[in-house]
Structures are given as structure tokens and as C-alpha cells.
Write a protein that binds this ligand. Structure first.
Ligand SMILES: [Zn+2]
Length: 491
């Protein structure tokens, strides 16, 4: 290098130094600002943030619920996972982590079995969420060299992190899922909220978190579905679900189905309302299908030779809508149907034998009166009037509506399904939650788990936090044990 070249390089470096100094000043003030903000947040929160070593010595009950107002249980340490790449989307200043997770060093060389010695440590930061506050969790993985064969390897990241190569700890994953699928907060608004707390996480990173967690948790929902089809009855309903196609410009009129039993809730998204989807979903089912009069269920009922039960709330609504036109007839019909609901209120918490007796006598008698009333008025009703429609619908569905007399185990209405669909699609107004067919499938998986938590009165965040920490190591054949029904039962 010539003298002139050296001078030029020197000048360039001087300029660079000035730039860096300016940047440093900006960053320092930012660090200070964020440190104050962090201190304030820490004062607000209750978590202990002293350094913790995770050696597996602290055991929490498998699915123990955290005490009210107590920090959630700590994740346990090791075994295997893959190398973690640099977290992306994180824009926090480097500083002291809130917690440190030290991965234990391997005791011997995986290649030759020889003794190893620690030569360095690689660190990466996970952003974690514990109730009420963020935690910067530094994961330290030792790199060891073998004394015999010179092999150098770094201890793998613990598999208790649900998502490999992610910036998110399980608590943050659980929070994103709960915010989106329980509280219907769109990912871009979640990103805004995180930014206000000093955490820059892009919507696309949040989207990755949702997609990968759904891919992982999907195995629980598949196990639940397999168990669900062995039950005696399933109730179902469907609603429209706009799905963006690949070009992200036009939407397809997809459908969201909900299937439930007293034990499980499973949502299922499809691109069309075609009956074949339901046949495929219910493959192996041999029981009673409780649904409204929708024709999309016909194929499953015929193809799988199911018994069909119908919804008395649905039938009652037809008479309710006929009140303006035919107040007297509508009131008569609604009073007769009301008797069925009165009986249900009385036997709501009764044992099956009591329910059987009441359904066999009182419900059957009430059904006879309704049928008698319908046949008396079907001729007299003005064609195409609302009351004629109500009578015709009820008579068309009669066998399915009357099935409850012989089957005390099933409800006489499908209100639960309708409620669950409403809960799921509240978010439709805020965002097109199904960005693609895959997005719709992911949404269905996560809605299923959140709704099942609701059914079993589990806190969805606590449930997801626990299950995310265990699913990577859980035996595939027993993954049903991670479903909300089993977790609630194990408590
Ligand atoms: Zn070796």
C-alpha cells in the first residue's frame, strides 16, 4: 500500500470514527431511556429477576396451575435441539439479561466418547413473557473440545423451547397466541403494543410465531380429532370464513366448522362448504351428529350412516321471526317449544338415568303436542308466509328434532356450537385472519386449543406455556395427554 493510499484510508477511518461516535451517543441515550423504562416495568411486575441457573433441580407438577398472582413455573432444562441462529426482529440494546439459562456442558465427546473441556460459550437471547412483564433470557451454551479427536461441539439448545431458532420464549409464544385467538387482537396491533413496551417485534415475526406454534400444536388437535370420532355424539355448526388466495388480492369464501363434545372442541377450516370435507373430517365416526338443517351435513349423515339430531333453538327462531305476521300462531308454537326448554332446565345437572326418564316421558309428551299442533296448522298457513316456513322447517326436520326423546345424552339445541363460532369469528371484523389456506388451518388449530381451555376452565396462557415446554419431548403416541381435557383432568 502506498503512502497516499494509507493517508486516504486514514482519513476514511477518521470519518467513520466520527460517525460511530455520533451513533454511540444516540444509542447511549436510548439505552438509558430504555433502562429507565425497564426499571419502571420491573417495579410494576412481581417476578424475581435474579440470575437463575436451570439445572433441572426445580421440578414443577406436570400441569400444576400456578398459584394466583405467583410467577408461573420455570421451564425445565435440557435435552436436545438445534443450533439457534441470531434472533431476528429484536432491536433491544445489549445489556444485562434478566435471567440466564446455562445449558450444561456435555460430559463426553459424541464422536469418540473421549473427555471434553469447555473452550468457549455462545450466547443468544430469547425474549420471554411472564405474567405482566417481559424477561430477557440469555441462553448460554458451552462449546467443548475433545482431548482425543479434537472434535469441537456446542451444547444444543434445550428442547423445552418450543420453537427452535426463534427469538421467542414459550411464554411469549403463548401470549401472542392468546392475544390473537382468545382476544382477537390482530398481529399488527400486537406489534404496536409490544413497541410501546420497548420491544420491536415485527408483524411478520409474530406471524412466524403463530404459524410455527400451530404446526407444532397441530399434533395435539389431530389426536383430539381421532379421539372425538370415537364418541357417541358430536355437535357441529359452520360459518363463512374469508380466505385470501395465493395472490393475496382476492378472497375465497372458505368455511369454518366447529365440532364439539363435552370433552373436546375442534375447529376445522375448509375452502368450500362441500360435504366431502365433513365426511373426511368425521371419518370413523358412528354416532349422532347434532347440527342445524344445513345441507352440507347430509353427505356425512348418509355416507357415514350417522343418526342426525337437530336444534330446537333453530326451529324456535323460525317461529320467533313469524311473530310480526302471525302473532297468535307463533306464540302458540313458541309456548309449546318452551316446554321442552323448561324440562331441560330441570334436568340440566341430573344423572343420565333421571334424564332418560324425563326425556322418555315429559319430553316425548311435549313433542307429541308440538307435532299435533304442526299437523293441524300446516294446511291453513298462508303459503310462503313466515309461519308456513317455520312449520315446514320443523316438520322436515322432525325425525332429527325428536331424536332427543330416545337419546338423553344429547342436548336439544346446538347453542354451544353457535356460541363457539361467534367467539372465533369476532375477529373477522378486525382482520382477515385467514391469510391463506394454511393460515386458516393454523387459526383452526389454535382456536381449537383456546376454546378447549375455555371448556375446561383452564387459563389458556398457563396451559400453552406448560404444553409448549413439553411437546418437543412428549411421546407421539401419548400426545393426547397434552390436550386441554386431559390436562384439566390431571390437575
Ligand atoms: Zn472425540
Amino acid at each position: 500500500m502506498t503512502y497516499d493510499e494509507l493517508l486516504a484510508e486514514y482519513a476514511a477511518l477518521r470519518a467513520l470514527k466520527v460517525t460511530h461516535e455520533a451513533q454511540l451517543t444516540v444509542l447511549q441515550s436510548k439505552v438509558e431511556e430504555l433502562a429507565q423504562e425497564l426499571a419502571r416495568l420491573k417495579r410494576q411486575s412481581f417476578g424475581v429477576k435474579s440470575e437463575r441457573r436451570h439445572g433441572g433441580d426445580k421440578q414443577t407438577g406436570l400441569f400444576a396451575e400456578p398459584e394466583p398472582d405467583a410467577p408461573p413455573p420455570e421451564p425445565e432444562a435440557p435435552p436436545a435441539l438445534q443450533r439457534m441462529a441470531t434472533p431476528h426482529g429484536r432491536r433491544r440494546p445489549e445489556g444485562q439479561p434478566d435471567e440466564v439459562m446455562a445449558v450444561p456442558a456435555p460430559t463426553s465427546c459424541t464422536r469418540c466418547g473421549g473427555s471434553v473441556r469447555e473452550i468457549s460459550t455462545s450466547t443468544a437471547t430469547r425474549l420471554e413473557w411472564r405474567r405482566g412483564h417481559f424477561v430477557q433470557l440469555q441462553v448460554r451454551r458451552p462449546s467443548c473440545a475433545c482431548d482425543q479427536c479434537n472434535n469441537v461441539e456446542t451444547a444444543p439448545e434445550p428442547s423445552t423451547f418450543a420453537l427452535p431458532r426463534s427469538l421467542a420464549g414459550n411464554g411469549l409464544v403463548a401470549r401472542v397466541v392468546v392475544d390473537k385467538f382468545l382476544d382477537n387482537i390482530p398481529l399488527n396491533r400486537q406489534a404496536d403494543r409490544f413497541a410501546r413496551d420497548g420491544m420491536t417485534i415485527s408483524p411478520s415475526t409474530l406471524c412466524d410465531i403463530v404459524r410455527s406454534s400451530a404446526a407444532l400444536l397441530g399434533r395435539i388437535v389431530r389426536a383430539v380429532t381421532a379421539e372425538m370420532v370415537t364418541s357417541g355424539w358430536i355437535q357441529t355448526d359452520a360459518t363463512g370464513l374469508p380466505i385470501l388466495d395465493g395472490s393475496q388480492k382476492t378472497t375465497k369464501s372458505g368455511h369454518l366448522f366447529v365440532f364439539s363434545t363435552p370433552k373436546h372442541v375442534v375447529y376445522h377450516a375448509t375452502l368450500t362448504k362441500h360435504g366431502a370435507h365433513i365426511v373426511a373430517f368425521l371419518h370413523g365416526f358412528k354416532g349422532i351428529l347434532l347440527a342445524d338443517g344445513g345441507s352440507e351435513f347430509n353427505e356425512a349423515v348418509w355416507g357415514l350412516e350417522l343418526l342426525r339430531a337437530a336444534c330446537w333453538s333453530h326451529a324456535r327462531r323460525y317461529f320467533f321471526d313469524a311473530q310480526a305476521e302471525s302473532p297468535v300462531l307463533a306464540a302458540e308454537a313458541m309456548a309449546l317449544i318452551g316446554v321442552l326448554f323448561d324440562i331441560e332446565r330441570e334436568i340440566k345437572d341430573a344423572d343420565l338415568e333421571t334424564r332418560r326418564r324425563r326425556r322418555d316421558t315429559d319430553t316425548r309428551a311435549a313433542l307429541l303436542k308440538i307435532h299435533d299442533w304442526l299437523t293441524r296448522h300446516v294446511q291453513g298457513a298462508r303459503p310462503r308466509s313466515a309461519i308456513a316456513k317455520a312449520i315446514q322447517y320443523t316438520l322436515n326436520q322432525w325425525a332429527a328434532l325428536a331424536l332427543c326423546a330416545d337419546h338423553p345424552e344429547i342436548p336439544i339445541h346446538n347453542n354451544t356450537s353457535e356460541l363457539r363460532l361467534r367467539q372465533a369469528v369476532t375477529g373477522r371484523k378486525n382482520y382477515l385472519f385467514a391469510g391463506s389456506e394454511g393460515g386458516a388451518a393454523s387459526a383452526a388449530i389454535l382456536y381449537s386449543l383456546v376454546a378447549s381451555c375455555r371448556l375446561h376452565e383452564l387459563d389458556p396462557w398457563a396451559y400453552l406455556y406448560e404444553v409448549l415446554g413439553r411437546i418437543n419431548d412428549y411421546p407421539a403416541t401419548r400426545v393426547i395427554e397434552l390436550s386441554p381435557a386431559y390436562v384439566a383432568g390431571a390437575r
